[in-house]
Design a binder for this molecule. Structure first.
Ligand code: OGA
Ligand code: NI
Length: 367
């Protein structure tokens, strides 16, 4: 079937045309009911388990960027930001202008959603051909190992992609909190894109313009506590297929880890900060100068953890490839092929998350 006719069918059913994930049981229910034993399908191979590779317990080197300083043109902060994008691909943002109340309310409505009885959550389940809704992500075969998490994924912007049948609108305040959070996050994302544009030798608005009509997709993750956190992964290693991802995490519980110089480094939460990471699209547009870094989440025995990842997603039809200002044939030749974003996205969503292997298909043979 041609991709046009495929998207036509999906559009008619209210889906995005990006792909789908096979239905598997709710991990939250499993954790509630299955006492001390972890089912085989969740037990990772020895080399993939959380404690296999050395983990650096000191995470305070991960850069922290003061967004207010950056927005005001502070030179030192701009240098820190450039270094964070180049060396780490990950940083935490403080002074971003979003009130603690908005963040707190967002976390509260997401927690309230996961506390609903399973039958109620299932009303918002992902359709067989779509990613929006309640379920689990990246399940593509009956053989693969499964992640120890449930999620609900919603597109919040632009309006025409919102599929309200997956929104738990009967939950008091959910819609208002998510919409307000999304609007506030858009402003933070815009400021980050504007500063990247400047660093890349373009005008403030250039990156935003290049993206076309940007979509915002929010993935709300629920990681139940686990009797054997040493055997499972909350989310398997992956890089994000977005342009940029902004993550709101629990203020107390550390679960996110990033791979830095071959070592897993935990991202210790800073209350009310946002964790930002460069996605695959920005790696390609920047010709590999900014890095889309592999990350994963681990679980613990004591407490469930909620995280809220907002993906900034370019227009489906955008041709992604290195931007002219980032290519210098003598010193930094073009490293990636040009592809249509939707084709790349469908490629990544059709496969199990596997570190950075997806972006490899975009690398030119000469690198
Ligand atoms: C994601 C992700 C990490 C976390 O949702 O893409 O990487 O800490 N989440 O939940
Ligand atoms: Ni991610």
């Amino acid at each position: 079937m041609s991709s046009e006719s495929k998207s036509k069918i999906v559009e008619d059913s209210g889906g995005l045309g990006w792909g789908s994930s096979l239905p598997v049981p709710s991990v939250q229910e499993l954790a509630r009911n299955s006492c001390q034993c972890v089912p085989e399908r969740y037990i990772q191979k020895v080399e993939d388990r959380p404690l296999h590779l050395e983990t650096n317990q000191v995470s305070n080197e991960i850069p922290v960027i003061n967004l207010s300083k950056l927005a005001n043109g502070d030179e030192d902060e701009r240098r820190n930001f450039d270094c964070a994008c180049k060396e780490w691909g990950f940083f935490q943002v403080t002074d971003h202008g979003i009130s603690g109340k908005v963040l707190h309310t967002m976390k509260a409505v997401v927690a309230a959603f996961f506390e609903l009885p399973l039958v109620e959550k299932k009303v918002y389940a992902m359709a067989p051909n779509d990613f929006q809704g309640y379920g689990q992500g990246y399940v593509v075969s009956d053989e693969q190992k499964l992640d120890w998490s449930d999620l609900i994924f919603l597109i919040t912007s632009p309006h025409k992609y919102k599929n309200m049948k997956h929104w738990p609108t009967t939950l008091t305040g959910f819609r208002e909190a998510v919409e307000l959070y999304s609007t506030e996050l858009q402003k933070v994302g815009d400021e980050i894109f504007a500063n990247m544009s400047l660093l890349m030798g373009m005008e403030r608005e250039s990156l935003k313009d290049i993206h076309g009509v940007m979509k915002l997709g929010i993935r709300m993750n629920y990681y139940p506590s686990c009797a054997r956190p040493d055997l499972v992964l909350g989310v398997s290693p992956h890089s994000d297929a977005s342009s940029l991802t902004l993550l709101l995490q629990d203020d107390e519980i550390t679960g996110l880890q990033i791979k830095h110089k071959g070592i897993w480094v935990p991202v210790k939460p800073i209350p009310n900060a946002l964790v930002v990471n460069i996605g695959d699209v920005m790696e390609v547009l920047s010709n590999g100068v900014y890095r889309s870094v592999e990350h994963r989440a681990v679980t613990n025995q004591e407490n469930p953890r909620i995280s809220i990842a907002t993906f900034f997603i370019p227009e489906d039809e955008l041709e992604i490839g290195p931007l002219g200002s980032m290519v210098d044939e003598a010193h930094r030749p073009r490293m990636y092929k040009k592809v249509k974003y939707i084709d790349y996205l469908r490629h990544t969503l059709g496969r199990k998350m596997e570190g950075k292997s997806h972006i490899d298909i975009l690398k030119l043979d000469n690198v």
